[in-house]
Design a protein around this ligand. Structure first.
Ligand code: BGC
Length: 752
């Protein structure tokens, strides 16, 4: 809090400061009349503005203003393109300005632990780095327009089942390596002005009262300077929350939280200083927002609709193409499926945007030779025989059938988790029946997360549009007919079956307790380590053109973890049309004494190339690219050794690789005891000295015994060596000729 805000805060009475820490109503902070400050509006998003002018609710039930609905986060992430996120952040910033909104409640940064999470469509990825990079890009441009972002739901909020009361239980390394980095990047790189704490508990402590999360990590470790707001209704004990680092309880207007804060102050459970800190953080936001909201920003929603269509096309992922796409512009095509007429373009819940219009594929395909049959009822699972028969007949008469299919609204949403990865059976049956009369089938998928495609071998092409926003129909047609070349990549692995997913045995937990036993092995980190086949890997997506990777280089072959490493490579468009390729850089630790994933994404870049054109792509890696989170030092740690840098077009299509030696600059502390194995001496400098001395002494003792040792044979020799390495230090007293006193002195000096 700066000096000016501090001065203003001093003018307020305790009651006024308490009021600042709780909202005025469903969507506003309290006005501060004494300081001439207005109330500030906060609104849901984040893939469009959900501004409710009338009664408030946080379930997306009451109507909000009509505006543009963009693709949801799971689609956006498949763009693998920070520029796409920047353009969205900027447009939303302008719109919030025009609508006098001071803060947009998003983006959602929770990691996709299980494909069953009902809210996965609102989240970016199973990968923390991808999530963090895209979030920071979005936040930067949104906030440049004077509108605060509010990253949510902090933290480890990865399912909807018992979301308001459950506890996500996990170890420290997993927390820091998988579930926190995206928030950290939003704070450090995006400079987010606000963080929304989640409903759930982490290891038994509710996020809204969790000092470790809200103060120790968020503010002390990451240097967060903004304010923390509860998820709507997440405050249990407001005073405990403020003490832990919470600033604003939402929604407000009921008085209960104010009363609790007042009582805690009276009882001495909360100090005025603690209250001042929270009230000051909220006041800083109010000053900032009041200053930036301008009355006369003008916006053009039609232009934003075009942006929505462009973004949607950048996010689509071409999953399969046996030379059927792009469609010939004169082809006789049958568009089949209810989603062709009424696309599924967003999900239900607090993010639900009241779209000003929705463009269907049927509308968008007006200039092409297209017939249509509905094929199935969107919200039914049972086949409607009449619709099926009609669709098969229409498909048989065309040269190509384009079937629009996927997950209906009732299959995924905020508030409940999915029960299955399967699509409704009526849609599966429709595709199978059409395949009997038509060999040229394209399936266009709508849905917020991965699904099972039991008919995959029966169709020639699959294009995934995700939940692509209000212009998804337009984007699909542009891609199908080749006016735009698909360039999206999956931000989430599609497994072959649900039980392959690492969280399968522990989702959604028992009685609200969810144990994250899979640890750091989430998404491709697990599938790769287990050498498991998947339907489509992380980072995968086809194009209408082809690319060739070459010339992977690093600027140094040996670095310390304090250095930066420049990695460069060349990518060439070897096909016949212009396209965009997402170049992905993964890092693998070749020799590690702790379990590590086979590869982790550490950089990516989307580049555009005309046919025949070639570009150099340069990445810079640093300590975090090689480090893992080491609980022994509560910090990131690089273990010296060789790392492999891999460049590829997906996590399972690595085109080039190159080794680099990285020397760690930190030594892990090690506490020696009588039970420490001899091999542990190698862990510290002092230990290594001792180890060398022991080895020298042992070699001396064995002088002249070479013939005997050789006669033992290789197995016995190996056994001897292994047993020696694993022998506890304490055994040196018996076998090593040391007295107990000498041993005690040795262990003491090793620990100094
Ligand atoms: C959701 C948040 C949302 C809030 C306000 C909650 O139920 O979890 O994501 O921002 O409501 O609508």
């Amino acid at each position: 809090m700066n000096v000016e805000v501090k001065k203003q805060l001093e003018k307020l009475a305790i009651e006024e400061k308490i009021k600042l820490c709780s909202g005025a109503d469903f969507w506003h902070t309290e006005a501060v009349e004494k300081l001439g400050l207005p109330r500030i509006m906060m609104c849901d998003g984040p893939h469009g503005l959900r501004k409710q002018e009338g009664e408030g609710d946080h379930l997306g039930i009451d109507e909000s203003i009509k505006t543009v609905c963009y693709p949801t986060a799971s689609a956006l992430a498949s763009s693998f393109d920070t520029e796409v996120l920047e353009s969205l952040g900027e447009a939303l910033g302008e719109e919030c300005q025009a609508e006098q909104v001071g803060m947009l409640l998003g983006p959602g940064l929770n990691i996709k632990r299980s494909p069953l999470c009902g809210r996965n469509f609102e989240y970016f990825s199973e990968d923390p780095y991808l999530t963090g990079m895209l979030a920071a890009a979005y936040i930067n441009t949104l906030q440049k327009k004077g509108v605060a972002a509010c990253v949510k739901h902090f933290a480890v909020n990865n399912q909807e089942t018992l979301r308001m009361s459950g506890s996500s239980n996990l170890d420290e390394r997993t927390l820091h390596e998988i579930y926190l980095p995206a928030f950290e990047m939003a704070v450090k790189d995006g400079k987010t002005r606000s963080v929304m704490c989640a409903y759930n508990a982490v290891n038994g402590d509710y996020c809204a009262e969790n000092k470790m999360l809200l103060t120790d990590i968020l503010r002390d470790k990451w240097g967060f300077e903004g304010f923390v707001v509860t998820d709507w209704g997440a405050a249990k004990d407001a005073a405990k929350g403020v003490k832990a680092g919470l600033d604003l309880v939402m929604p407000g207007g009921y008085g209960a939280h104010e009363a609790a804060l007042g009582k805690a102050l009276q009882d001495g459970e909360l100090t005025e200083e603690e209250l001042n800190q929270a009230a000051g953080n909220v006041l800083t936001f109010i000053y900032d927002a009041a200053d930036k909201i301008s009355e006369d920003t003008e916006i053009n929603r039609l232009q934003y609709s075009e942006l929505s269509a462009d973004i949607s096309a950048q996010c689509a992922v071409l999953l399969k193409n046996e030379a059927l796409l792009p469609l010939d512009k004169n082809a006789k095509a049958a568009f089949i499926g209810a989603f062709a007429e009424q696309p599924r373009y967003q999900g239900s819940g607090s993010s639900y945007v009241n779209a000003m219009r929705v463009t269907s594929a049927i509308e968008a395909a007006g200039v092409y030779d297209v017939t249509y049959a509905k094929g199935y009822e969107a919200n039914e699972e049972k086949t409607d025989e009449n619709l099926l028969r009609e669709a098969v007949a229409v498909a048989a008469k065309a040269e190509i059938a384009v079937v629009f299919a996927g997950l209906p609204d009732s299959f995924e949403s905020e508030g409940f988790d999915r029960e299955t990865l399967a699509m409704p059976e009526n849609q599966n049956e429709l595709i199978r029946e059409i395949a009997k009369v038509q060999k040229n089938i394209v399936v266009v998928l709508h849905g917020g997360s991965c699904m099972l495609l039991p008919w995959l071998d029966d169709v020639k092409a699959v294009l995934c549009m995700h939940l692509g926003g209000q212009e998804v129909g337009m984007a699909a047609v542009e891609l199908l007919y080749g006016n735009v070349n698909p360039s999206g990549k999956l931000s989430e692995t599609w497994p072959l079956k649900l039980s392959d997913n690492p969280s399968y045995l522990n989702f959604p937990g028992v009685d609200g307790i969810v144990d994250y036993h899979e640890g750091i092995y989430v998404g491709y980190r697990y599938y790769d380590k287990k050498e498991q086949d998947v339907l489509f890997p992380f980072g995968y997506g086809l194009s209408y053109t082809t690319y060739e990777y070459s010339d992977l280089k690093i600027d140094k072959s040996r670095i310390t973890d304090q250095d930066q490493l420049e990695v460069s490579l060349r990518v060439k468009n070897t096909g016949t049309c212009t396209g965009k390729e997402v170049v992905q850089l993964y890092v693998r630790d070749e020799e590690s004494s702790v379990g590590r994933p086979i590869r982790e994404l550490k950089a990516f870049k989307k580049i555009e190339l005309e046919p025949g054109a070639e570009k150099e792509v340069i990445f810079v890696l640093d300590k975090r690219s090689f480090a893992y989170y080491e609980p022994k030092i509560s910090d990131w740690f690089v273990e010296s050794g060789t790392f492999i840098i891999e460049a590829g077009s997906s996590s399972r299509d690595i085109c080039l690789s190159i080794p680099v030696y990285v020397e760690g600059s930190t030594e892990l502390p090690y506490q020696y005891t009588f039970l420490s194995p001899i091999s542990a001496l190698r862990k510290t400098a002092r230990g290594r000295e001792t180890y060398d001395q022991i080895m020298q002494a042992s070699a001396k003792g064995q002088e002249g015994q070479k013939a005997q040792t050789d006669a033992l044979g290789e197995g016995a020799q190996k056994m001897q060596e292994k047993m020696f390495e694993e022998m506890p230090l304490g055994a040196l007293a018996g076998f090593g000729g040391m007295s107990m006193e000498q041993l005690e002195t040795l262990i003491h000096s090793l620990n100094m």
